[in-house]
Ligand binder design. Sequence first.
Ligand code: DI6
Ligand code: FE
Length: 405
Amino acid sequence: MIHDSYVLTASSVATMCLDSAEPYGLMPEAAIVVEDGMIVWVGSQTHLPNRFAGHAKHHFGTQLITPALIDCHTHVVYGGNRAAEFEMRLNGASYEEVARSGGGIVSTVRATRSASEADLLADALQRIDAMIAEGVALVEIKSGYGLDQETELKMLRVARRIATLRPIRVQTSFLGAHAIPPNYSGQPDAYIDEICIPTLHRAHAEGLVDAVDGFCEGIAFSPDQIARVFDAAKMLGLPIKLHAEQLSNLGGAKLAASRDALSADHLEYLDEEGVREMAQSGTVAVLLPGAFYTLRETQKPPVALLRQHGVKLAVATDCNPGSSPISSPLLSMNMACTLFQLTPEEALAGVTRNAAVALGLSDTGTIAIGQRADFAIWNVKHPAELSYRIGFNSLEKRIYGGNFD
Ligand code: DI6
Ligand code: FE
């Protein structure tokens, strides 16, 4: 259904705007005016200007309107799955042991290389549809299960295709520095120079890359190796982000922040120095409780310190076949609250306002004049209900670029 100009009303709107004195930027009995896919007015229904009197009206009498959700860290494009490895871990193997024994990321690399583009797309669309059903209108998708030029490009093409087949915006991240492929075993430097960086150049030339990511970890790449990938990103004018301090502290977040990264993600082992650097550069902390939960990690990201230093917190699914086989942002919000002690307001900001910042976007994530008309309309009275419930989807409707689903 296409609507060029209309007024949405609801008993409650959570604008998520920082300039509001109310928690969640809550406005009771509010109206939102949409024209050509953009928000042109927001306020109390009783103050709706006369010039909008002729617009179509859509009343959501007892519902709550929030910005549409944003999943700012996913790996939804991949081949196969890792249910067998899930069993292995439950029989006692650690994530690192699984990775070192040739399982882990590398087994998904094999499956992704051998999958056709059509199969990768069909599988990814199932996960994307689950996200859309929970109100997601913008998703970040990483490469990183190819680790050769052909497959990295294939993954990124599939990611771009998704946005042409579904009403969802896709931001791609090149994650060539995700793992060391078997044919470069013990030669991470050669992999970075011979495969990763040339593939980044090629993918960028084909318009497939919006940002550059890496995995800075003992089982992946060192800060020096990541720094070389960041140098290449800088040459191409691409923003950067980093999987950092997930399993150990190698100083990845500090490196990312020193290069003005959009975000540093995971962060369980982040120390105060890293927090300070992130605060200084405005690098968003993307928390991924689905991975923490799946790996049965016990060290929590330093949420209190991040808060204290004013680092913005985002929350994402990290949807991937190994460490976070979850495609539910709502469950991720619940986990962020229960496992990491985020407040429900922080969790909602983490999948709206701050997720947009983590992607370097300023046209979405809040309900304010000039923002895209991307909304989620929920059958709840209060926004805390979104984080509180487990395994329950209260989405009534999603509006994407002004269009009702
Ligand atoms: N950190 C993670 O948790 C995932 N990638 C990463 O860099 C794991 C991906 C996988 O196991 O397939
Ligand atoms: Fe990830």
